[in-house]
Design a protein around this ligand. Structure first.
Ligand code: PLP
Length: 450
């Protein structure tokens, strides 16, 4: 069956985020067939540890039967019903309310989408619509950070700061601007700083706040390289938004629902945005669902007139997705999963530290909750990068894969970052297993350099 599936895959299946030539010639590196907890099996009978929760989303781990049962129950009762024209149903109502008990401040109104990209596109549209309804239609521009990832729908891909995503037929829309990430001092107003013009604050001043609708950022940058902001950064941007009356959107698509040990990434810094986008962890990836949570003032602006909100997806508030999300949130609470994340964060950090002690090229280790990474430098003391030809992170991730551990490498401007984000139900033994494989992979990599 493996050979047959591989051949059919090569012939008929164009994969996202994959080099088409390689896939066409070689077929899939793995055909996953089932999963339980932190492990998945492939069609050849191999068992892998999923050190990335697949796409940072299978937070409750694989094979969680209660989520399957919740889907079955809802599907056989009412699989789908519309949310258009005011139609409603209990799973979406209950989920909207439930989410707002978890979000901070008055982030009390939810708009549902099918996934993360749509959530960000929705947030941009709603931000512009908010300003239009407030009589400031010129506020259209959206500022995001270089290296950020916000998805691939038109707005989301335009906000994405990883430039390769805009190389596909120049898909960047107008009115999207990118600032350099994490320039704390600039955001606090240090105009003498040489990077000031590239900071969010610098760009706001150049463009004029009266033309800016919103800024968007991931509390912790995921695909851009697991970048944790410096202390005070999110607050500095909150202050900037307050000062210039700009809407602040945080993209919680990776961080949301416990990934960092707090409910949301922003909760690590006690910052309340004007809108927050979510997807992935809301259903632990069992079924597609995303959305935007907004402050009441945004909805209140929309109810000032009789205008129709001309925005919505067929699957906005899909009943089955909402039922699974409700069960997912129930389990997160019932099983104290966030407590586990905090405990495992300690193990995670200790293991990362050991890697740094035992392997000469490992540096810049970091973790927050179960979201972490390490980097590889040829000479870490002098921050000398490896020659790109070496493909350092790629090699280490491949060595891990050969030892049946799934991780992800990130190359950015010559960097070699290895990301690690296991399911939130991982236990200590499994964490140690993950790190013993990484340890071995690093040793093999070091020998290959000689
Ligand atoms: N935003 C962030 C931070 C993400 O990591 C992702 C996906 O990885 C997205 C947005 C896009 O979400 P989706 O792939 O569900 O459209």
């Amino acid at each position: 069956i493996a050979k047959e599936l591989s051949d059919l895959d090569k012939k008929h299946y164009l994969h996202p985020l994959t080099p088409p030539k390689l896939q066409y010639e070689q077929g899939p590196p793995i055909i996953v067939s089932e999963g339980k907890g932190v492990r998945v099996k492939d069609v050849n009978g191999g068992t892998y540890i999923d050190g990335m929760s697949m796409l940072w989303n299978v937070n409750l781990g694989h094979g969680q039967e209660e989520l399957g049962e919740a889907a079955k129950e809802q599907m056989t009762k009412l699989a789908f019903s519309s949310s258009f024209n005011g139609y409603s149903h209990e799973p979406a109502i209950r989920l909207a309310e439930k989410i707002t008990t978890l979000t901070p401040g008055d982030l009390n109104v939810v708009f549902f989408t099918s996934g993360g990209s749509e959530a960000n596109d929705t947030a941009f549209k709603l931000a512009r619509y908010y300003w239009k309804q407030k009589g400031q239609p010129n506020r259209k521009k959206i500022i995001s950070l270089s290296r950020s990832y916000h998805g691939v729908a038109q707005g989301a891909t335009s906000a994405t700061g990883i430039k390769e995503f805009n190389s596909i037929v120049s898909s960047k829309a107008p009115d999207f601007l990118h600032a350099e990430p994490h320039l704390l001092e600039c955001e606090r107003g240090d105009r003498d700083n040489k990077n000031y013009d590239k900071s969010v604050r610098g760009i706001v001043e150049q463009e004029g706040a009266e033309n800016i609708a919103a800024i968007i950022l991931e509390p912790i940058m995921g695909a851009g390289g697991l970048m944790i902001p410096p202390e005070g950064y999110l607050q500095a941007l909150r202050d900037l938004c307050d000062e210039k009356e700009i809407l602040m959107i945080t993209d919680e698509i990776i961080c949301g629902f416990g990934r960092t040990g707090e409910q949301f990434g922003i909760d690590n810094w006690n910052v309340v945005p004007d809108m927050l986008t979510f997807a992935k962890g809301i259903t632990s990836g069992y079924i597609p669902l995303g959305g935007v949570v907004m402050r009441e003032k945004i909805r209140d602006q929309f109810v000032e007139t009789d205008d129709v909100l001309f925005h919505g997806f067929t699957y906005s508030g899909h009943p089955t997705s909402c039922a699974v999300a409700l069960k997912n949130l129930e389990i997160l609470e019932r099983d104290n999963v966030l407590e586990n994340v905090k405990k495992m964060e300690e193990v995670f950090k200790a293991e990362l530290k050991k890697l740094e002690e035992n392997h000469p090229h490992v540096t810049k280790t970091r973790a927050i909750g179960l979201l972490g990474a390490f980097e590889l430098y040829e000479d870490r003391e002098n921050e000398k990068q490896f020659d790109p030809e070496v493909g350092a992170a790629f090699q280490v991730v491949n060595e891990c894969f050969d030892r049946k551990l799934i991780l992800r490498f990130i190359n950015w401007n010559g960097s070699n970052i290895v990301a690690i984000a296991p399911p939130l139900i991982v236990n200590e033994e499994e964490m140690k297993e993950i790190f013993s494989i990484i340890d071995e992979a690093l040793t093999v990599f070091e020998i290959s350099l000689k």
